[in-house]
Design a protein around this ligand. Structure first.
Ligand code: GLN
Length: 489
């Protein structure tokens, strides 16, 4: 067994820093040591930033001594998903095609974290270009679930989720195009929030499906998530889809009170068919806790739910095929050796550089955008996307927050779904609609089924992050599911 100890929450580290009990250098060393002792078996990281992190931690300590701390996350170690660029650091997207790429600039969200004094300790593993639900489609090999090393952590931000669950870092950034923050958060027993599309700048996030991608946060609890989200959110003129609104104080909104809220339960999500009974029980019990705290609960309907997965996989693959055209062996990363000509260079660079799942999506996306099929697939999917968004608008006239399971089941075994892509895609049923509608969602631990964590998903209307994090925090004040720690590391 490793002798390193898991790091506590951001809030607890903050208190220790403020009380002078710990320095940022000591906390950062503890984070690096924890990674050193367990990441050989977990593989949550694609690369550590040990020297850079030590330097940043020392600078943070110097600021604190002078009473010039930058923010409440100054000196706190954080990990970033390896699809966000940082100047002078590699960005791999867990793809061979980006081998050797070093970023010339820092993206907005990572830059804001650094400006707030957070210490970036490393880059976390993911499904190649964020395409997947298990972190098995990575050129570095699969990340493992800290609750059971034979199981997947979920994906595509499985490295960030596992790193927070295992206590290597108290918080991490991920990206969510169809569930890639919420689903691994659920499978690893941590909190994960995907904000409203446009709340966090996508500048410096490697594009998968640009109309769906959004950066968000993993943390142990809702008060930590409020601090981190507050640090990375806000308007950015370098992202034309960024929302020009001031960022509220998410922490101040966490009053513990939910008595003014109506929670909607979508009829279409609470079907026993294909959903683990233990998952449904845990989610229903969580809703009962909020009801006992004064929230009203009612049924709502999201009638187009059954089209969500198909719609998502048409739009996401179409956008991916366009976004990934830029990896041609000329502009970024790795080029095939000794090509016999230009076409051979393109062909071999892409066939050797991309993994199977990415190739599958480029082919699907090229097909749905092709002249003869555009109307039948892509245009139709955009129309259904409008209907899904309208479903939510209708539901949010009747309730403030929608509660659902995050996933139909708990963490599955490594290899269980890699041979059956459709089975893997169907697991995204509860998460993809929020991205298609652009609305925020958070997954919080709400108990276990057969010893594995279950996630409660809360969805809100556009820019309802304050409300979501208030409900999540109120729930965590009343329960201790977020305190449960994985036993396999
Ligand atoms: N699992 C979904 C997919 O494979 C979502 C991925 C994501 O959110 N990046 O596309």
């Amino acid at each position: 067994m490793p002798d390193s100890r898991p790091l506590p929450s951001v809030g607890e580290l903050r208190r220790a820093l403020d009380a002078g009990e710990l320095s940022s250098v000591e906390i950062t060393e503890a984070s690096l040591e924890r990674a050193e002792s367990i990441d050989g078996s977990l593989r949550a990281f694609t690369g550590m930033r040990s020297e850079g992190a030590r330097g940043d931690a020392a600078a943070s300590d110097a600021r604190r001594v002078e009473g010039k701390g930058l923010s409440s996350i100054d000196g706190i170690p954080v990990a970033i998903k390896d699809n966000m660029v940082m100047e002078g650091e590699p960005t791999t997207c867990a793809s061979r095609i980006l081998e050797g790429f070093v970023s010339p600039y820092t993206g907005t969200a990572v830059g804001k974290l650094r400006a707030a004094g957070a210490v970036i300790v490393g880059r976390t593993n993911l499904d190649e270009f964020a395409m997947g639900s298990s972190t098995e489609h990575s050129c570095f090999g699969a990340t493992r679930n800290p609750w059971d090393l034979d199981r997947a952590p979920g994906g595509s931000s499985g490295g960030s989720a596992a790193a927070v669950a295992a206590g290597i870092v108290p918080a991490a950034l991920g990206s969510d195009t169809g569930g890639s923050i919420r689903q691994p958060a659920a499978h690893c027993g941590v909190l994960g929030i995907k904000p409203t599309y446009g709340l966090v700048s996508r500048w410096g996030l490697v594009a998968f499906a640009s109309s769906l991608d959004q950066i968000g946060v993993f943390a142990r609890d809702a008060s930590d998530a409020a601090l981190l989200l507050g640090a990375i959110a806000g308007h950015d003129e370098r992202d034309s889809t960024s929302i020009p609104e001031p960022v509220p104080d998410y922490r101040a909104a966490q009053t513990g009170d939910v008595s003014d809220l109506v929670i909607g339960l979508p009829r279409e999500y609470f079907v026993s068919d294909g959903v683990d009974a233990g998952v449904l029980d845990a989610v229903r019990a969580a809703v009962a806790v909020l009801e006992a705290a004064g929230a009203k609960v009612r049924e709502v309907s999201l009638p187009h739910t059954r089209y969500a997965v198909a719609t998502y996989y048409l739009i996401a693959t179409a956008e991916a095929s366009s976004n990934l055209a830029r990896y041609d062996g000329v502009r970024y990363g790795r080029r095939a050796d000794d090509p016999s000509g230009l076409s051979d260079m393109y062909h071999r660079t892409r066939s050797e550089g991309f993994g199977d799942e990415v190739k599958r999506r480029i082919m699907l996306g090229t097909y749905v955008l092709s002249a003869g099929y555009y109307d039948a697939y892509y245009r139709k999917a955009q129309q259904v996307r409008g209907l899904l968004a309208r479903d939510f608008q209708g539901a949010f006239r009747l309730c403030d927050v929608i509660a659902t399971p995050t996933c139909p089941e708990t963490a599955f075994r490594l290899g269980e779904k890699t041979g059956d892509p459709l089975a893997m895609y169907l697991g995204d049923i509860y998460t993809v609609s929020a991205n298609l509608a652009g609305i925020p969602g958070v997954s919080i631990p709400c108990g276990q089924s057969s010893g594995l964590p279950v996630g409660l998903q809360l969805l809100g209307g556009t820019l309802a992050e304050s409300t979501l994090l208030r409900v999540a925090d109120a729930y965590q004040r009343l329960t201790d599911h977020h305190e449960a720690r994985p036993t396999a590391v």
